[in-house]
Design a protein around this ligand. Sequence first.
Ligand code: FAD
Length: 445
Amino acid sequence: MRIRDVVIGANASMYYKLNFRKIKGVYYPRSEQEVIAAIKHAISNGLSVTPKGGGSGLSGACTGGNDERLMISSLQMKEVLAVSKDQGYIDVQPGITPDKINEFLAPMGMRFYVAPSSRDIATVGGILSTDGGGNDTWFNGTMRDSTIRVKMVLYDGRVLTIDTKGVKSNDPELETELNKIGMSIHDVASSHGTLGFITELRLSIGPQIKETLIGGIAEFEECNALGRALTEMINRKSPVRYGEAITSAHLDVREDLNPPLLIIDFPANYESEMKDIIDYKPLDKQELAKMKDIRLKLPKRNPKIGIQVALFEGYGFHGDSLLHLQDRLDMVNALLVDHGMTPFAKYGHGPSKWYLGNNTPTYGLILHSREIKPEDKSGQEMLDTVLAIVNLCEANGITPKPEHKWPYSDELKKKRLEEIRGIIGQGFNPFLLSKECNEVLGSMV
Ligand SMILES: Cc1cc2nc3c(=O)[nH]c(=O)nc-3n(C[C@H](O)[C@H](O)[C@H](O)COP(=O)(O)OP(=O)(O)OC[C@H]3O[C@@H](n4cnc5c(N)ncnc54)[C@H](O)[C@@H]3O)c2cc1C
């Protein structure tokens, strides 16, 4: 095992001001045994443990906050362990990315169907811990829908194997207790590294689907019309394979965009029904690829003056809030302006699927957002803005930061994680479930 002097707290979120002196060790294990050895080192020194994958998470969870802690990276655990084409699964270590899995599967004509935009850097351990998914979650589900089982090492070195039905452990008493409260893969999904270190995953794979798709772009007068169109697709269970809505883009990055708009890809045999729902312009392969690329580049651009931040990643509009999308967005934007921020871009997956804190699936539009930040904003002011948005969302039927992004604003999920940690121990990412979580995050903006 290698202990490196380098610090790995860096991450893609706006929470990046770390007190590096609090990071007491960085481990890059290659096997479960090495993970257990690293955790033993943490226990004997009274340190908490922060698991880290690709660092692409946007909630600040993989930083570990300000605790005296040990970081365990999964980046050297990236092996494929086994694969069964017949039974439709692949066993992998947690540090492999979806892109690498698909490179491995391509010659077999198979595919792993979870595709967040960050699929080239995000690890499967991290994606399950945030329950991520891409523009196709509507069709392929989120990460939990493709995870058959996981192995996880706890803070005291005990090991759990968890699937959709329950838990197995090398400690029979622990196994009984966890099964009594019905622990399953749903609890690991979106747990943000608070339970243990995932060392292995069995993931569903399927044959590569060969179908003729039609790409198209639809422009709308305003977002309520877009919200109604997405609602109709959800009601009709439209077979949309890729759906990306861009609801606003600052003049500095508009180019040939005219939001609100929807970029979609659907099977050719659905053409007439899709025409019934939206007035879309068909795009040939090249045009479609260009539109998808614009969507990917949008969050990476900066305004001509100032810099942009990802203040609030993941507004979940569903039900009534989707039908009144424009009205709700106007409220959000007014709040942002009140707090001195300039809305820069809003774009995201729709129709989309995600899970609420009580593990029920919901369907709608997940919007990511970018804002232009004034230079003089303090970290606490930024976090206060985020918390004001959380309140506004809760009051208006918008799932604030769908739980795969923001577990600490989802009281149900938080309670459940606390219940499980009451049984298994508190050593992983304790700051996330502490009362001081928001203060800690504010100090890191
Ligand atoms: C450009 C960009 C595009 C993105 N697009 C999408 C998108 O389309 N859809 C989407 O859902 N998300 C998206 N994200 C968010 C991000 O990619 C996801 O949150 C990702 O799932 C995190 O994976 P990671 O390996 O980077 O994990 P990290 O950021 O390193 O960690 C995330 C969480 O998982 C925990 N964790 C990591 N590994 C383990 C492990 N082995 N055991 C236990 N806990 C662990 C960490 O403690 C932390 O709490 C995007 C991010 C960026 C920067």
